[in-house]
Ligand binder design. Sequence first.
Ligand SMILES: Nc1nc2c(ncn2[C@@H]2O[C@H](COP(=O)(O)OP(=O)(O)OP(=O)(O)O)[C@@H](O)[C@H]2O)c(=O)[nH]1
Ligand SMILES: [Mg+2]
Length: 145
Amino acid sequence: MKRIILIGKTGCGKTTLIQRIESGVIQYRKTQAVAYSDAFIDTPGEYVERRSLYRALIVTAADADVVGLVQGCSDELVCLPPQIASIFPKDVVGIVSKTDLADGPGEIARAREVLELAGAARIFELSALTGDGVGALAEYLEAPE
Ligand SMILES: Nc1nc2c(ncn2[C@@H]2O[C@H](COP(=O)(O)OP(=O)(O)OP(=O)(O)O)[C@@H](O)[C@H]2O)c(=O)[nH]1
Ligand SMILES: [Mg+2]
C-alpha cells in the first residue's frame, strides 16, 4: 500500500477524490491545512499556487511514498510548472481530474500534456464525481511497491 500526497491548484478535486476512495461520501469542504490519513496526504491548493510554499510541499511530501500531481481537465489556469516533479525525490504520477467535465478528448489530452511536462511518469484519468477511472488509481495505490 502506497501513501500518496495530492498536489494541485485550488478546486482541482483533490479532497473529492480522497473522499471517493476512502468513504464514497462526497461533501465539499475547502482544505485549509495539510490533512493526513493512512493512505493520503491532502494539501490546500495554495501550496502549489505560491512558490514561497514549495518548501512546505517538499517537507510534507517526505511522509508520502508517491506524489500525485492533479490537473483538472477543464481548468484554464495551469499551476504545475514544467519539471516540478524533479523537486520531489520520489515517484511522481499525474492525475487528470474531472473528466466528466471535459469538452471532448482535446481537453483531456491538454491536461495530460501539462502533467507530462510537469514530469509525471504515469498518468491516470478519472472523475471523482462519477467514479470513472478511480479504480485504476486505487489499484495502483494498493499494489505493493
Ligand atoms: N464535475 C466534477 N466536479 C468535481 C469533481 N471533483 C471535484 N469536483 C468539484 O470541484 C470542487 C472542488 O473540489 P475539491 O475536491 O474541494 O477541490 P480541492 O482540490 O480539494 O481544492 P482545495 O482544497 O481548495 O485545494 C467541488 O465543488 C467538487 O464537487 C469531478 O470529478 N467532477
Ligand atoms: Mg481540498
